[in-house]
Design a binder for this molecule. Structure first.
Ligand SMILES: C[S@@+](CC[C@H](N)C(=O)[O-])C[C@H]1O[C@@H](n2cnc3c(N)ncnc32)[C@H](O)[C@@H]1O
Length: 209
């Protein structure tokens, strides 16, 4: 049976509500926690002792998940335009990741050793103009990729949110030049959000950090 627009919208709301309720019950700051958990349960990216950079981290549910999974000995650096409540084991940086000053602060927090894993759940403020939202999403993913070129160790991994649409294939190709393995993940908690996907890139090639 072909789904009508209304039943699709209902389904999307229903999925959304389910994860919102679960997040509340389990103490996660947002339902986004389930997206990272699903990706990580499948691919086992987070390991004890890792240094992780979490971009677009507010309100902090990915940071909550990551900090748990990298203990003992792990360190997380979380960046967002918005302020975040502190999390033990995390350094919080407030500012625009596109600005040099914020990049400098992240580099200082890394204290000279490259990250093992870079996560980005950054999303543009939606203007409602599809073309410009799409371009902005690609731009944020490109910023993340540039950061990995400089501050991710060889053999390290990246997870980046990006909207599927114009520029997606080019971005994926650019990622494939830096990483040996690139795959698209669409976690269940993300299903309500039509264009949102995650590119998971593993095993950064040598020659960089
Ligand atoms: C979907 S939310 C992230 C949710 C988060 N992963 C969590 O689990 O709580 C996207 C975030 O990206 C942030 N963001 C968007 N553009 C940014 C930028 N240029 N620099 C830093 N953060 C940015 C927004 O402020 C927003 O908090």
């Amino acid at each position: 049976m072909k789904r009508t627009r209304t039943s699709k919208a209902w389904m999307s709301e229903h999925v959304n509500d389910h994860y919102v309720q679960r997040a509340k019950a389990e103490g996660w700051r947002s339902r986004a926690a389930f997206k990272l958990m699903e990706i990580d349960d499948k691919l086992r990216l987070l390991r004890p002792g890792m240094t992780v950079v979490d971009l677009g981290a507010a309100p902090g549910s990915w940071a909550q998940v990551a900090v748990k999974r990298i203990q003992p000995g792990g360190h997380l650096i979380a960046v967002d335009l918005l302020p975040m409540e502190p999390i033990a084991g995390a350094t919080m940086i407030e500012g625009d990741f596109g600005e040099d000053e914020v990049l400098r602060q992240v580099a200082t927090a890394l204290a000279g050793s490259p990250a093992d894993l870079v996560l980005s759940d950054m999303a543009p403020n939606m203007s409602g103009i599809a073309l410009s939202d799409q371009a902005r999403s690609i731009y944020l993913a490109e910023l993340t990729l540039d950061f990995c070129r400089l501050h991710l160790k060889t053999g390290g991994h990246m997870v980046v949110k990006v909207f599927q649409g114009s520029g997606f294939m080019e971005l994926r190709s650019a990622i494939a030049t830096l990483f040996a393995v690139v795959q698209v993940e669409k976690p269940a908690a993300s299903r309500g959000r039509s264009a949102e996907t995650y590119l998971v890139a593993r095993q950064k090639r040598g020659g960089g950090a």
